[in-house]
Design a binder for this molecule. Sequence first.
Ligand code: F6R
Length: 251
Amino acid sequence: MFYVLPNPHAIAEYLSNLLVQKIQENPKLVLGLATGSTMEPIYAAFVVQAKQLGLNLNDIVTFNLDEYIGLAPEHPQSYHHYMQTHLFKPAGIRQEQVSLPSGMCRDVELECVNYSKKIQAAGGLDFQLLGIGTNGHIGFNEPGTPFSSLTHVVDLSENTRRDNGRFFEDKSQVPTQAITMGIEDIMSAKEVVLVATGSHKAEVMAKLFETAIDEDMPASIIKSHDNFKIIVDQAAAELLPAQAEQTRIAC
Ligand code: F6R
């Protein structure tokens, strides 16, 4: 189901409310998290709301989707650093509550196996938040990734390295590899919400709407999930056909 909201601010408010509600219902929520520009207003709104409400975040557990190989946690472009900056530190979520793949481990294959096992040992993900790349990737699962994949090492596509180059001083500094949760890990979450904002996502959202479930469009798999939502702002909905527009929700 596609939901169209007016702008990133409205999406941030909507998702912040949803996350608060999920945590109130289940203080031990196991939360799958994404990084990237799309998530920033969502985390900012959530931090404000959680503080205002005095929401108890002490027992939630989080797993991030991905991390670049070769970037230390303190590297400003690492996803560890992103999460500390945008969510964990401002919300007071402690280090022992959070997991991200390690981009600096010696044995990456072992790190991957252990990461999927750790998610399962936590009881699986209750709620997974996703962004989407302009090539349809979710996490760093690039087009062509088997839907049966667990956490694994990825060679980042030129498209993804070009898109993510905006965060680095120089595009050549964008790592060539990452560790990502696999599509099976993502799909095993009880609920999945994918968010896209901005006109640069309009083309991929139209493609996602039209595409049947297909490994060349990794995000398409979530349309087969029992409990999923695809939330877009007006700009990302620009190229969606009329029948998608009917699923507009009030806010
Ligand atoms: C990052 C992740 C990626 C991003 C996607 C969109 O943890 O999971 O799939 O969600 O690349 O990134 P932004 O939001 O920067 O456009």
